[in-house]
Write a protein that binds this ligand. Structure first.
Ligand SMILES: [Zn+2]
Length: 47
């Protein structure tokens, strides 16, 4: 487990793309940090 600082918004929770800005960064849902979803993806590779 662990929270990582979102590299898309730099941890501010606000995503800026050129002249456009989003109040909520979709990558981290505006929280500024990413939750490790590694466990949830395990089912995909399961045969
Ligand atoms: Zn973000």
């Amino acid at each position: 487990m662990g929270l990582k600082r979102c590299s898309h918004c730099g941890g501010s929770g606000v995503l800026r793309m050129g002249s456009n800005s989003f109040r909520t960064c979709l990558e981290c849902l505006g929280q500024g940090s990413l939750v490790d979803h590694g466990a949830a993806r395990r089912d995909i590779s399961a045969a």
